[in-house]
Design a protein around this ligand. Sequence first.
Ligand code: CP3
Length: 644
Amino acid sequence: MTAQNSKPDFQGLRVLSLESRMAGPVQKLIEKYGGIAQVAPSLKEVPLSDNREAFHFFERLEGGEFDLLVLMTGVGLRTLLKILEEKFPKERILQAFEKTKVVVRGPKPTSVCKMNGISIAVTVPPPNTWQEILQILSEENLLQGRKVAVLEYGVSNLSFLQELEARGAAVTPVKVYHWALPDDTGALRKAAADIVAGKIDLLLFTTQIQLDHLLKMSSGVAEELVLRRALHRVGIFSIGPTTSAHLRERQVFPDYEADPNKLEALVEQAAQQGPEIVKKKRERAEHGWVRLLGPAGARGPAPLPHDSPMLRACRREKNERVPIWLMRQAGRYMQEYQLVRQGVDFLTLCKTPDLAAQVTIDAVERLGVDAAIIFSDILLIVEPMGLPLEFRESTGPLIGTPLRSLEAVQKLNAVKPEESLGFVFEAIRKVRRSMDMRVPLIGFAGAPFTIAAYMIEGKGSRNYIPTKTLMHEEPQAWHLLMEKITAATIDYLQAQVMAGCQILQLFDSWVGCLSPSDYREFVLPHMRRLFAGLPKNIPTIHFGTGTATLLSLQKEAGGQVIGLDWRQEIAPTWDALGPSVGVQGNLDPVILFSKPKVICEEAGKILEAVGSRPGFIFNLGHGILPETPVDHVMALVDFVQQWH
Ligand code: CP3
C-alpha cells in the first residue's frame, strides 16, 4: 500500500458515489480532495409498515395455508420479522412459523432462524444456489401438490419460481423491502453505463444495498456480466466491514475498507490511497483483460502471444516469471459462471459456443491468469461415440448404458469431430476472435484410460471393478476400446488446434488406480500413439492424479510438461523425471480454503522448491473445488505472478 502520510489527493480521478441521503456532502468531500465527483442516488427507504404483502402473507401463514416456507436470504427474514414486530407480539409471530416447514437456503438465514428460535425443517447443502433447493425438495418429495411460500428480499428469482411450479408446487412469492430503487433511476443507470464505458476510476460504497441496485440496472445476465467485467478496472472502496462482507458475497471485492467506518474517513482515505490502488488495479486488469467486446477503433487482431510466460514455460525457456493458470478455473465457485448457469444446464452451456466462450473468458479476466482453457468437458466425446451422457446436479456425470462387452465396444462409432463436436471448435474460434490474445488458449481431452473407465463404470467409481475386470478378462475388447478412443481423441485435439488452441492438455484423472505393470501393458502403447499423433509444434501437458508410481511411464508416453498432483513433493519428483520435461502443479486445492496468508506461504514453498528451473507452470494439483472463495484464488494468482 502507499505511504500512509501522503497527502489525500484524488489527482483528478473520477469518483462515483451511490449515496442517496448524503449525496450533497459526499460530492463536496470528493471535490475538496481533488476528485471529479459523480453522485448517483441508488436507494429510497420504504417504511416497514408499507410492506402490505408481508402482513397479508402473515395472515395466511397463521391460517396454516403453507406446507413449506423457503427462506432465500437472511436479510429477508430479518426484515420480515421487523415488519411483523411493528404490529404483533413476538410470540404470535413464532407460533405462526410453527405452522409450516421452514426451508433455509444457506448459513445466513439459518443463523437468523436460530437467533429468533424458528425451527428449521430442511437445510439446503452448499453451494446453496436455487438448484440445490430444488434438488433437495424434489428428492424429499416436498413439491408435488404442495403450497410453497418463497420469502425474497426485493428481487424475485423467476427461474426458481418457475421450476418449483413445474414440479407441481403452488407457489406464493413473498417480497419484503426495506430499501427500494429511487423513483428516478436515471442517474444510477447513467452511472452503470459510465462504469462500462471506462469513465469511472473509483467507486465508493456506503451501504451494502448500493451494489445490488447498481447491478439491477443491467437488463439481463449478459449486461450484468459486462458491468461486472468493467468493475475489475475500478477501485472499489467500502465504508466498513458489513458493507465489505456483502460486496464480497456478491463477488465484488473491495480494494480498501475505511477505518474508522465513517463517511469522512472513507473519502479522505480513498483520496489518499485511491490513485495508487486504481493504477495497480488497472495494470492487473490490463494483464488479464482479453476484451470480449473490443471498443470502437480497437487495434486489429493482436499477434499470437508467442512469448508469453506460459508458452515459454511449455518450451522450457528461461522465463521472466512463473506463469499460473488453474484447472477448472471456470466453474461454480465463480459468480460469473453461476449467472450464466442460472439459465442453462451444464451440457447446454458446453454446446452453446457463445456461452462457452463467455465463461472461458470471464475466468481469465476475473483471475488474471496466464492461460485460458476452453470451457468444455472431457466426457463430451462419449456422445458421438454412441453413449448417452447426462450431468445431474447431485451425482455428476452419468453414462446411460455403460460398456461391458466386446460387442458393445465393437458397436462404438468412429468420431468425426467436425460434425459432432463442432460447437467446441466454434467456441474456440470465438474465444480466439474476441480475445486480445495476451494469453494462450489451452485445448484438452480426457486421456483414453480415464474416458474408457468412465464408459465402463458409467459414473464415478471407487474400485474400478468393472474396468479392471474387462481389462484383464477381455484384453481384446479393452485394446479395441482404447484404440477407438485414441483415434477419436487424436482427431478431436487436432481439430482444436486447427480452431486456434496453442497448447493441449490430456487429463488422465483416474489413471492413478492402476499398477505400473497394468499401465505398461494396457495404457502406455495407446498413450504413445496418441502423443505421436498430435501436431508437433504444439506443446502438450500430460496430467494425472495419484500417479507417483507411474510418472516415469507417463513421461515415456509423452508430453512436454508433466502435471503433478499435491501428493508428491515437487522438487525431488522433478529431479527424478529429469530436465527434459517441464512440470505443472501442484498446490492442494483445499489450501485455497485457508486464509490468503497461508495460501501464499504454501505457494511460496512450492516456488522455493522449484527455484529457477525452466519449464515450471504453477497450477493446483487438481481442479478448483466448487465452494472455493474467489478472492483467495485471486490472491494466489497475484502472489505467484509477483514472485521472483
Ligand atoms: O478447467 C476448466 O476451467 C475447463 C473446463 C473443464 C470442466 N471439466 C468443466 C466442468 C475441464 C478441463 C474439465 C475436465 C474434466 N471433467 C475432468 C478432468 C479433470 C478432473 O477434474 O479430474 C473430469 C474427470 C471431468 C468429468 C466431470 N465433469 C465430473 C466428474 C463433473 C462433476 C463434478 C463437478 O465438479 O461438478 C463434471 C462437471 C463439470 N465439468 C463442471 C464443470 C465446470 C461442473 C458443472 C456444473 O455444475 O456447472
